[in-house]
Design a protein around this ligand. Structure first.
Ligand code: UFG
Length: 329
């Protein structure tokens, strides 16, 4: 039986493909290559196309014996979602609806879903657990929450079981050195800081120094992309074992401010990395830190690369060796 990975040529998807490959799973990948990279695929059979193309998806389900889906394919930028929410509703929400309908049609009843801390919005409690209020402050988070709710009702009506993994901030690169982060344009903090270290940018712009945090900059919980990938494999196992649907947070449980990230990156790279303070970015909550106790207990998940310094070192190895990423965009 094969695992279908949608968005498998993207940053987190490609690390999940690598993790599935390492344990000998048969892998089918669907990616429209909007953000994906062919070179990011260390295994699997690629179908290039879009979830919203019904005839294309018929071919994928007819040509393969798929028993589980890991669903990454989505747009995922907070800032962009505030400017173009329609793009997010179309690709994320409608794309997921198309996928779930095809899964139902082809009797595929297990899905692991790439969700996000952005579903919580400004948290009521820190660290955040899965019972906390979900009130997104940006359109991206709202679409991911809508996708989770859609899965809930497809479970009720059609018995499609889901595991929704709400990640905090993914960072780092695969230990093989073969795959890593390459977004175009890049918007995430750690790769931008490292591009500044490489001299590809004059400085890092810090968005907001007036948040209610110790140093005034936003706090996030950074988690290594390979630890995230491992959680997806565990979630597939759990669904194959007959478990019920569930939602899990994935983070290390420690928050770092933007200023702290820059300081650690300066130490790791030995570079100056100039910082310039600018206005807040729309839609950013002040603090997002995970409680992942549930994932540890129920999935048996145990993040191995949990020091931010090591996560930044892993990202730095990739960026130094691949200053232009995969070089294909
Ligand atoms: N930041 C800067 N300057 C930059 C880029 C980012 O100051 O040039 C700040 C942001 O304002 C934020 C922090 O660094 O406070 C982290 O920003 P990222 O863009 O790296 O990540 P986000 O927290 O906005 O979002 C990421 C993913 C989302 C996910 C979210 C969950 O992109 O998909 O984490 O926390 F939902």
């Amino acid at each position: 039986m094969a695992v279908l990975v949608t968005g498998g040529a993207g940053y987190i998807g490609s690390h999940a493909v690598a993790a599935l490959q390492e344990r000998g799973e048969e892998i089918v990948i669907v990616d429209n290559m909007q953000q994906g990279h062919r070179k990011a695929l260390l295994g699997g059979k690629l179908y290039e196309g879009d979830l919203r193309d019904a005839a294309f998806m018929d071919t994928v389900f007819q040509e393969n014996e798929i028993d589980a889906v890991i669903h990454f394919a989505a747009n995922s930028l907070v800032g962009e979602s505030m400017k173009d929410p329609g793009k997010y509703y179309h690709n994320n929400v409608f794309g997921t609806l198309c996928l779930l309908e095809k899964m139902n049609e082809y009797n595929v009843r297990k899905i692991v879903f790439s969700s996000t801390a952005a579903t919580y919005g400004e948290p009521e409690n820190v660290p955040i657990d899965e019972y906390d209020r979900t009130l997104p402050t940006n359109a991206y988070g709202e679409t991911k929450l809508a996708m989770e709710k859609m899965m809930k009702w497809f479970d009720v009506a059609h018995n499609i079981k889901f595991v929704s993994l709400r990640y905090f901030n993914a960072a780092g690169a695969h230990e093989s050195g073969k795959i890593g982060e390459d977004h175009s344009p890049e918007t995430h903090l750690i790769p931008i800081v490292l591009q500044a270290a490489l001299g590809q940018r004059p400085h890092i712009s810090v968005f907001g120094e007036d948040y209610e945090t110790a140093d005034g900059t936003c706090i996030r919980d950074y988690i290594h992309v390979s630890d995230l990938a491992d959680a997806h494999v565990l979630a597939v196992d759990r669904l194959r074992g007959g478990a019920d649907s569930a939602v899990y947070n994935l983070g290390n449980g420690t928050g770092f401010s933007v200023k702290q990230v820059i300081e650690i990156a300066r130490a790791v790279t030995g570079k100056e990395i100039p910082a310039v303070f600018e206005a807040r970015r729309a839609g950013d909550p002040a603090t997002l830190v995970a409680s992942s106790d549930r994932a540890r207990k129920e999935l048996g998940w145990n993040p191995k690369r949990d020091k931010l310094e090591d996560i930044i070192k892993s990202a730095w190895s990739w960026h130094e060796a691949n200053p232009n990423g995969y070089g294909d965009k």
